[in-house]
Design a protein around this ligand. Sequence first.
Ligand SMILES: *Cc1c(COP(=O)(O)O)cnc(C)c1O
Length: 220
Amino acid sequence: MSISSNIADIRRKLPSDVKLVAVSKFHPEEAIMEAYDAGQRAFGESRPQELCRKQAALPSDIEWHFIGHLQTNKVKLIVPFVHIIESVDSWHLLQEINRQALRCGRVVDVLLEVHVAQETTKSGFTVSECKELFDKEEWKALANVNICGIMTMASFTDDHEQVRAEMMQAYNLFSEVRTKHFPDSPSFTQRSWGMSNDWPVAVECHSSIVRIGTAIFGDR
Ligand SMILES: *Cc1c(COP(=O)(O)O)cnc(C)c1O
């Protein structure tokens, strides 16, 4: 299967109101261009230097989604051009994104990453840490970040019921935070979950963004 036919196949099955992010980490520019020529514009990367190299070499209308662990000293590399940082996993990182965004005169969209999986290797806030962050309301003073929703990764398992339970934890958190802190907000609307192995379950669990790498580009 080619990259373009993989994208067409996923698009055919994906509801039209769910955004497809093609996760291109570790794949070369040529592979991204093949997806681009098939109409794909949103790409996901997990390493700052790799993202900067690709951004400089590729068309400027690509929407770059940063989805990996971001060290605070690398924030300034990507803030000037990134479309959204989906993987904000600490208050300290959120503050640094705000600081760097202010320096370049931007308001940067972000998602908070929540840890619901059983694997301890995955990062993110726990559900209760995330609620505490919103309840403390200090985030309201960060004028250069726009918190647009919640991102999560479910456990890597064939047990769909477990995956579903984890994604629904993220969805319930999203709903609670939206009701309490963003009742009429046009921006706190995004739910990013679903990867190559579990995106159909994610769509059933109210995902608005799926991040798919292997099923588009093949193995890394
Ligand atoms: C790599 C990665 C993906 C894509 O995973 P695939 O299994 O290749 O689809 C999605 N989200 C995050 C955060 C990733 O790091």
